[in-house]
Design a protein around this ligand. Structure first.
Ligand code: NAP
Length: 269
């Protein structure tokens, strides 16, 4: 893909959705199709059966693999697959000359460093957001503010029972922001690890509890305890549409980022 194609003035940004058959990918296909200035030109999912993404009229036929994409015809790809596939997919998309917006969770520090290197080599950009909901970004910022004054903090995250990773990327990102904001060291009260499946974790000194139940979408509480008081900061995504304004914002912004890798929706608000 030539450089001009990523900043073609007055022309729609051509978007591919990877993981288009999944819960989030299908929603992203519809959001891109409905957004001004964006054109859904390609969709990738292993379930490819000759159909288009559900709810997209005259949409592209879903293809089975990124190798089936024509990189010259795609400006930005949105990646919503799985923790096991996301890094390789992002690297393949960059190698094809495509900017990438990443929604799939599960990439650790090593993965992000590798992706940043691949983006630099390809002269393309990667934008990663563990959570595209505006309210969730505010919840994380409020948690960081609370941590400066009430450093004893635990996180309870709740998700639908189809979520494969735990703890959630949002919870890990929140724990990072809390750990960075604390001005005093905190030694969390010791836990009991005799009960496999209880899904308790500690990330950078912040205990995280993960609930997986049918009926949930994506929810998180950050609970801070002080002397004779507690503070609870809570965010609920009650529908996957909550993530779409953030995804569309990122698709519009990714080509113009001033670094090869940017993590966190707060940088675009
Ligand atoms: P999902 O319903 O399981 O969808 C994942 C889709 O990706 C499936 O259709 C899967 O196909 C497909 N896939 C697997 N490997 C692939 C590959 N190599 N290339 C292309 N497609 C592939 O999961 P979901 O609920 O949509 O969630 C997807 C990811 O987004 C998860 O990591 C989740 O944590 C994350 N998420 C992020 C946010 C955010 O705001 N950043 C919000 C919600 C969810 P098969 O089923 O055939 O394997």
């Amino acid at each position: 893909m030539d450089d001009d194609s990523t900043r073609r003035t007055g022309v729609a940004i051509r978007v591919a959705v990877v993981g288009a058959g999944g819960r989030m990918g299908a929603e992203v296909c519809r959001a891109v199709d409905a957004a001004d200035g964006l054109e859904l030109v390609a969709a990738v999912d292993p379930s490819a059966d000759g159909t288009s993404p559900a709810g997209v009229e005259d949409g592209p036929t879903i293809v089975a693999a990124i190798g089936d994409l024509d990189g010259d015809r795609v400006d930005v790809a949105v990646e919503f697959t799985t923790p096991d596939t996301v890094r390789a997919n992002v690297e393949a998309l960059l190698a094809a000359g495509i900017h990438v917006v990443v929604g799939a969770t599960g990439m650790d520090g090593d993965d992000l460093a590798a992706v940043e290197g691949a983006a630099t080599d390809a002269d393309r950009h990667v934008f990663v957001a563990p959570n595209f909901a505006i309210g969730a970004v505010l919840m994380m910022q409020f948690a960081a503010e609370a941590a400066r004054h009430l450093p004893d903090i635990e996180i309870i995250e709740r998700h639908h029972d189809g979520k494969v990773d735990a703890p959630s990327g949002t919870a890990l990102r929140t724990a990072d922001m809390v750990a960075d904001a604390r001005t005093t060291d905190v030694e969390p009260v010791g836990g009991d690890d005799r009960h496999p499946g209880a899904r308790g974790f500690t990330h950078r000194g912040v205990p995280v509890h993960a609930v997986r139940l049918p009926g949930l979408v994506a929810h998180q509480e950050v609970v801070a305890g002080g002397v004779g008081e507690t503070l609870t900061i809570r965010h609920d995504s009650i529908d996957r549409s909550s993530f779409m304004p953030g995804v569309v914002l990122a698709v519009r912004a990714v080509a113009d980022l001033d670094a090869p890798l940017v993590v966190g929706l707060e940088h675009l608000l």
